[in-house]
Design a protein around this ligand. Structure first.
Ligand SMILES: [Mg+2]
Length: 488
């Protein structure tokens, strides 16, 4: 790990001197390359990114995929199974869908569903379609161009690339879905196999597929918070019946690290989209029954990314009954939030004010850092729309480790690397590079370091402890002619 006094650190210091008024993030955003096949390699090697926890007063954490990790073998299989059952039992799909095998090679985080066409897309750093399937069948380059044009772009995913939140709700969300975390990845295979079944039954391709709409209803059904308390979701039922089968125990070094951060005077908060009852179940399994005690504030059912951008009120939570209390909207005043409490929904503006109060600082002076695995909800939104820095968690970085147990779930010959295909970085490498302060494989990676230690990346993209091997071979001066090694 580079230390103070090394050439990299000196380079950053020189950069700071040249641009003393430039906020840290702006330095990084132009330090991070705007990927292009014409990028100069000199740009990519001139700067690097760093993380120094000393710079932050407030540190926030996502829960799923961040402070707790899932057994991806068991969880992917559970979600895959219950979504298929939903389509057959509730939407009239052929029971033949249930017999189709779970092809792990099809799974990958970060794919996009093109609902109307029944296609699945993998995008480049500038939103060109690198690879695609119709149902489970891989499309050739010629087919991709015939469907999406010589630019290999779909207007809706290009809008997502320019402004992900513009496609979050409304008409775009009825046609397109970005699969941003491991809760989402099995949906791609269910979607693809359901499209295959529809094609087989009708003998031809319909003008517009209904599969995404049906699958969306299935996702809402299995993940709806009410269906945890009334036990009507097979997903929640499975999780509740055998939580240790799905939720890994968080390494004790992470818990010690959280305690050390608090002891050093930082204010910590947990911000999760899960409802209080489900969050309590998974957090108890991963962090222990005293999980609340690691944080100054806990916010559940936070509705990210809106939490960061909208002034939604906080609601009170009954911690004994583990439920949000209806009609308890709190006034939009930082003073009403009490440390040690759990709140539901809410907004960053108010929470930031409450945390600053604990620090006896002006809100604008209380600098915040957020850790999360969902690149749009946890990294892009707080960094782009609020004055945060963020650390991205990409478990895909663990695939290079020997004996990583979920290699089969994350590796895909069909889709290629999460980070790059050939000389083309993916959309996600681009977002990580442009918006994350750094990107690490897991919280454990950081928790093994002293909280005071400064992390300086040896690459300008921000990956730590090292660049994924696929990005090492990105050759900025050659290559992408529109072909991606996809089926011919
Ligand atoms: Mg998460």
């Amino acid at each position: 790990m580079p230390m103070l006094g090394d050439p990299v650190a000196a380079e950053i210091a020189a950069e700071r001197e040249r641009f003393p008024q430039t906020p840290r993030r702006l330095l990084h955003s132009f330090a991070a390359p705007r990927y292009s096949r014409y990028s100069a390699s000199t740009i990519m090697t001139s700067y690097c990114k760093e993380l120094h926890l000393k710079d932050y007063d407030i540190i926030g954490f996502d829960l799923d995929g961040t402070l707790l990790r899932y057994d991806l073998t068991n969880m992917s299989a559970l979600i895959y199974k219950v979504l298929k059952r939903y389509l057959v039992e509730n939407k009239g799909y052929s029971a033949a869908l249930l017999d189709l095998p779970m092809d792990l090679d099809f799974l990958q985080k970060g794919l996009f569903l093109d609902g109307p066409r029944g296609n699945i897309l993998k995008l480049s750093s500038e939103a060109q379609i690198l690879r695609a399937t119709h149902g489970t069948r891989q499309l050739s380059d010629q087919e991709i161009v015939a469907i999406y044009g010589p630019e290999r772009q779909w207007a809706i995913t290009t809008s997502f690339y320019k402004d992900p939140l513009s496609t979050w709700n409304g008409a775009a969300s009825e046609q397109m879905r970005s699969l941003l975390d491991y809760f989402d990845t099995p949906s791609a295979l269910v979607f693809a196999q359901a499209v295959d079944v529809v094609d087989k039954q009708s003998g031809s391709q319909p003008e517009e597929y209904e599969v995404w709409r049906d699958l969306q209803a299935g996702l809402m059904h299995i993940f709806s918070r009410d269906h945890f308390s009334n036990d009507s979701s097979l997903y929640f039922k499975g999780m509740r019946e055998d939580t240790p089968k799905y939720v890994l125990c968080t390494d004790s070094c992470v818990l010690d690290w959280l305690s050390a951060l608090r002891k050093s005077g930082k204010k910590l908060f947990l911000l999760t989209g899960s409802n209080i009852d489900f969050a309590n179940m998974t957090a108890t399994q991963a962090l222990g029954k005293n999980w609340r005690e690691y944080f100054d504030f806990v916010v559940t059912y936070a509705k990210k990314p809106g939490f960061f951008t909208i002034q939604r009120p906080f609601l009170q939570v009954d911690v004994r009954e583990l439920k949000e209390l209806a009609n308890t909207e709190l006034p939009q005043d930082a003073g009403v939030l009490k440390p040690g409490e759990i709140y539901s929904q809410g907004n960053w503006h108010q929470l930031h004010g409450a945390l600053a109060k604990l620090l006896n600082k002006e809100t604008a002076q209380a600098k915040a850092l957020y850790f999360g695995d969902n690149i749009i909800q946890d990294v892009y939104t707080p960094v782009k729309h609020r004055d945060f820095d963020a650390v991205a968690i990409a478990e895909e970085l663990l695939m290079e480790e020997k004996n990583y147990p979920y290699f089969a779930e994350l590796d895909s010959q069909l889709w290629g690397s999460y980070f790059a295909i050939g000389c083309q970085p993916t959309l996600w490498s681009n977002f990580i590079s442009n918006f994350a302060q750094i990107c690490v494989p897991s919280m454990k990676e950081l928790a093994q370091l002293e909280p005071a230690q400064r992390i300086v990346c040896t690459n300008p993209y921000g990956f730590s402890p090292k660049l994924p091997k696929e990005l090492e071979t990105v050759n900025p001066t050659s290559c992408w002619q529109g072909g991606t090694g996809s089926a011919q």
